[in-house]
Design a protein around this ligand. Structure first.
Ligand SMILES: Nc1ncnc2c1ncn2[C@@H]1O[C@H](COP(=O)(O)OP(=O)(O)OP(=O)(O)O)[C@@H](O)[C@H]1O
Ligand SMILES: [Mg+2]
Ligand SMILES: [Zn+2]
Length: 278
């Protein structure tokens, strides 16, 4: 065969132009002709290798690759809120298993509260703009019911984020020193989730006066963006106490948005955390 060395002969001055170079051979690949693709109607070059013709339209092939890339991109985009949800949904251990089934309604009021949230879930696909404010003293099942609701909404395929307000703020603060995701991006997640549970609003730790205004502004920014979206709040505070908590202009504006178009649920039961042996 005379292949003394590994060098592959390189043809010199060969120009291949689709349609012109009929009969040209390059490394066993031969241009045959241009054909019209039956699928897309565009013209594509047909080559043959060792007498076997390619039957693939490069335009259709390109489109397919593009579509696959787009699909992969969409899937990644879709997954992102879930990844963030996992990262920022801080679920207290004691309610990790909380569900509607495990909520025991001992009083008509508790039965009514449970029913309201079951209805909220049932109507979610038709009405994703409702606000629920659950208030009551400690251990009465606010977080339990709020988390159970978020779980049910996630099961329906919506993006539901459960976060305690102190941790929501912490996650945004973190981005000061974390270039992984910008503050605006994280806020966008909270602003755009189909359902956001803001557990324990009013319980966040405020470092000082300037921090207080950052806290109030951040909370306002998120709540204000959610006026047409479903949000569930839980708190130990009354509306008045919450207004005072944030203070000034922000306090009034925050509480007014929470109250707008919202269902108030008061949990007045006993503290389920207290065990009788204390
Ligand atoms: N009606 C109930 N049936 C069953 N378990 C309950 C009920 N209410 C509360 N619990 C349980 O009691 C514990 C405390 O409830 P939860 O955390 O929901 O209280 P909370 O109202 O959010 O209190 P806090 O104001 O202190 O945040 C949880 O483990 C929860 O699962
Ligand atoms: Mg709670
Ligand atoms: Zn084609």
């Amino acid at each position: 065969m005379g292949m003394e060395n590994d060098e592959i002969p390189v043809p010199q001055n060969v120009k291949i132009t689709a349609g012109e170079g009929k009969g040209l051979e390059l490394g066993g690949v031969k241009f045959v002709e241009n054909r019209i693709c039956e699928t897309c109607g565009r013209e594509y070059p047909v080559y043959s290798r060792n007498g076997i013709e390619t039957s693939i339209c490069i335009h259709c092939e390109n489109d397919k690759v593009q579509q696959e890339m787009q699909k992969a991109h969409d899937a990644a985009t879709k997954k992102r809120p879930h990844a963030i949800m996992k990262r920022f949904s801080f679920v207290p251990d004691e309610i990790r298993q909380a569900s509607f089934e495990s909520f025991k309604a001992e009083t008509p009021e508790e039965q009514e509260a449970l029913q309201q949230l079951i209805n909220f879930v049932k109507n979610f696909k038709d009405d994703q703009t409702r606000t629920i404010m659950m208030s009551g003293s400690t251990g009465t099942g606010k977080t339990h019911l709020a988390y159970a609701t978020a779980r049910e909404v996630i099961k329906q395929g919506y993006v539901a984020i459960f976060v305690t307000v102190p941790e929501l703020l912490e996650s945004i603060r973190d981005t000061f020193s974390n270039n992984d995701s910008s503050q605006a991006e994280i806020k966008k997640i909270y602003k755009e989730a189909d359902l956001l549970v803001m557990d324990d609003i009013g319980a966040e730790y405020v470092r000082d006066n300037s921090d207080n205004s950052w806290v109030a502004e951040t909370i306002f920014d998120i709540i204000n963006a959610r006026t047409t979206k479903a949000t569930i709040y839980t708190t130990n505070l009354s509306g008045q106490a919450l207004t005072q908590h944030y203070g000034g202009i922000h306090g009034k504006r925050i509480v007014s948005r929470i109250k707008n178009n919202s269902t108030a649920i008061q949990l007045v039961g006993r503290d389920r955390r207290v065990d009788d042996g204390w």
